[in-house]
Design a protein around this ligand. Structure first.
Ligand code: B1M
Length: 236
């Protein structure tokens, strides 16, 4: 997608629609500085951080995903695109986290064992922080022992798990079984997400809910925590 003429392109000369398209092109090409500059310009133009995130960055990553699937892009290029995405997310993170929302609860979140995809999980973490949750982000390739240790240490209302591969999503059930064995399942709301999942899968493994995206994760977390509080759920 890179074009020699892009070298001299003044991003500020573009209107919003062209700029979003250009950010997506730059993300595709793994040009992190350009992506960061584009994000800054949209913010200067008073775009809401969430709109920048979803329309420019997530929209751009969807194009990368399609071309990865179709064999047009390969792992090294996708990795560069992911890094460019993270550069843009880093600018948005403090803006999304500083909404002044009252503290709502705690969440432990991680990408499950065998899986190193973390963009979506980090996005959920960012949005949850923005909604007033304290988030303990365990990172990628997280095994059941790490999840259990974090739940014991932090006593979160919510445990979130992310999986992007059909081969790693079954591991979520292993974690839920481990929670049961440790007597932690009752007091922990388990939310799961990731592109290959769906609500039936979440039901089948005994999770409380499947969250299609970060906004739904926030909404679901708030609802379920509120419901728990109203029911006087156990906290220890
Ligand atoms: Co990978 N990869 N990848 N990859 N990769 C996918 C997932 C794939 C669908 C691409 C494809 O073929 N179309 C495919 C999986 C196929 C399958 O299993 N069915 C795939 C593959 C095959 C692989 C490798 C096996 C490739 C290889 O090595 N041959 C390998 C596996 C490595 C491993 O994990 N062990 C691999 C590697 C990589 C990179 C390292 C290059 C890179 C990851 C970089 C990183 O994350 N730091 C990468 C990327 C970037 C992708 C795609 C292109 C984009 C994923 C992404 O970041 N999306 C992806 C294609 C796709 O998903 N269409 C693909 C943007 C993100 C915002 O969306 O993660 O879906 P998403 O998160 C959303 C929701 O799903 C939800 O909210 C988020 C925000 O709205 N959500 C949650 C996610 N987690 C949640 C947790 C919650 C709630 C909601 O908790 C409560």
């Amino acid at each position: 997608m890179a074009d020699k003429d892009d070298d001299d392109l003044d991003l500020r000369s573009l209107d919003d629609e062209e700029l979003v398209e250009q950010i997506q092109d730059d993300l595709y090409d793994g040009l992190k500085e350009e992506v960061a500059e584009g994000v800054e310009i949209l913010l200067e133009r008073k775009w809401e951080p969430y709109k920048v995130l979803t329309e420019a960055l997530v929209g751009g990553m969807e194009i990368v995903g399609d071309d990865f699937r179709d064999g047009i892009l390969f792992v090294p290029e996708v990795l560069l695109a992911a890094n460019a995405m993270k550069e843009g997310m880093a600018i948005l993170r403090p803006l999304l986290a500083e909404t002044g929302a009252p503290k709502t609860g705690k969440m432990v979140i991680g990408t499950v064992k065998g899986d190193i995809h973390d963009i979506g999980k980090n996005l959920v973490a960012m949005m949850m922080e923005g909604a007033g949750f304290e988030v303990i982000n365990l990172g990628i390739n997280t095994d059941a022992e790490e999840f259990i240790a974090a739940v014991k240490e932090h006593r979160p209302e919510i445990l979130g798990m992310s999986a992007l591969l059909t081969t790693t999503m079954p591991y979520m059930k292993t974690v839920i079984e481990a929670l049961k064995e440790e007597g932690l399942r009752e007091r922990t709301i388990v939310l799961v997400g990731g592109a290959p999942l769906n609500a039936d899968f979440a039901d089948a493994i005994g999770a409380d809910a499947y969250c299609k995206d970060a906004a739904i994760a926030v909404q679901t977390a708030k609802e379920l925590v509120k419901r728990r509080h109203n029911q006087g759920a156990p906290t220890s």
